[in-house]
Design a protein around this ligand. Structure first.
Ligand SMILES: [Zn+2]
Length: 242
């Protein structure tokens, strides 16, 4: 039986620290006696004592664990570790698998990109945007499709996190947001999991940090005036240039 979730789904639906601890448990062989049951997966996860864990095949966040957290109806690291084991089928996790996703962090370094680096970055952004494509069904490819959306957002997160802070790169980020917005409004992208929208919110947060670090960055926000966007994400940036 295959789980109805994949690794990205686990990452997005779990808080970072819990996911990282679960990765640690799985990677160090603490998930033992893994078994498929009728509707899910059971295992004994070794912690400060052995815990009996069960997760459903349809929803990784439904199951049980006899640890303190699990007994309070909260998804614990043991349940996530068993879900990872189900997804990976015992194979080791790669570095990219382990990376906690969706965290857009500002480089905090003031500066501009060279013309060469700017052109290369624009090209890389366009390539990453290619993963954020329209959904054309059928429903059985849904998880593969979500994987593509989160893959695109991961690539974009890595790219924008490396940018130095200046009006030049603020313009780049504003253009990226407008391109993503167009994909959401007209591009047939099905973002019902909020992957793309969540990424956009984080870029908006990063642009606010840009404005704090270098007020000249706010000049880039003028391009957002009088735009009819998908969910009003630009409003907090426009507030900064009122
Ligand atoms: Zn537990």
């Amino acid at each position: 039986m295959l789980p109805a979730y994949d690794l990205d789904k686990l990452k997005y639906a779990t808080d970072g620290p819990t996911f990282e601890k679960a990765v640690g448990l799985y990677g160090s062989g603490k998930v033992t006696r893994f078994q498929e049951t009728l509707d899910g997966f059971s295992a004994v996860v070794l912690g400060s004592k052995p815990y009996s864990v069960f997760v459903e095949a349809r929803h990784f966040d439904r199951g049980s664990c006899d640890c303190f957290v699990g007994q309070h109806d909260t998804v614990c690291k043991h349940m996530v570790a068993v879900a990872i084991c189900a997804v990976m089928g015992g194979r080791p996790l790669g570095d990219e698998d382990k990376r906690v996703v969706g965290q857009v962090t500002c480089s905090g370094q003031l500066g501009e990109l060279s013309a060469e680096k700017l052109a290369a970055t624009k090209k890389a952004i366009t390539a990453a945007l290619g993963y954020i494509r329209p959904y054309r069904g059928p429903s059985r490819i849904w998880f593969g499709y979500q994987h593509s959306l989160s893959g695109g957002c991961n690539r974009l997160s890595a790219l924008v996190g490396e940018l130095p802070v200046s009006e030049q790169t603020a313009v780049l980020l504003v253009n990226l947001l407008l391109r993503l917005d167009r994909k959401l409004r007209e591009g047939g992208v099905d973002d019902s999991d909020g992957t793309v929208g969540g990424f956009m919110e984080q870029v908006v947060g990063m642009l606010k940090e840009y404005a704090r670090l270098d007020p000249a960055c706010t000049r880039a926000f003028h391009a957002l005036k009088n735009k009819d966007t998908s969910f009003g994400w630009e409003e907090s940036l426009l507030d900064l240039i009122k």
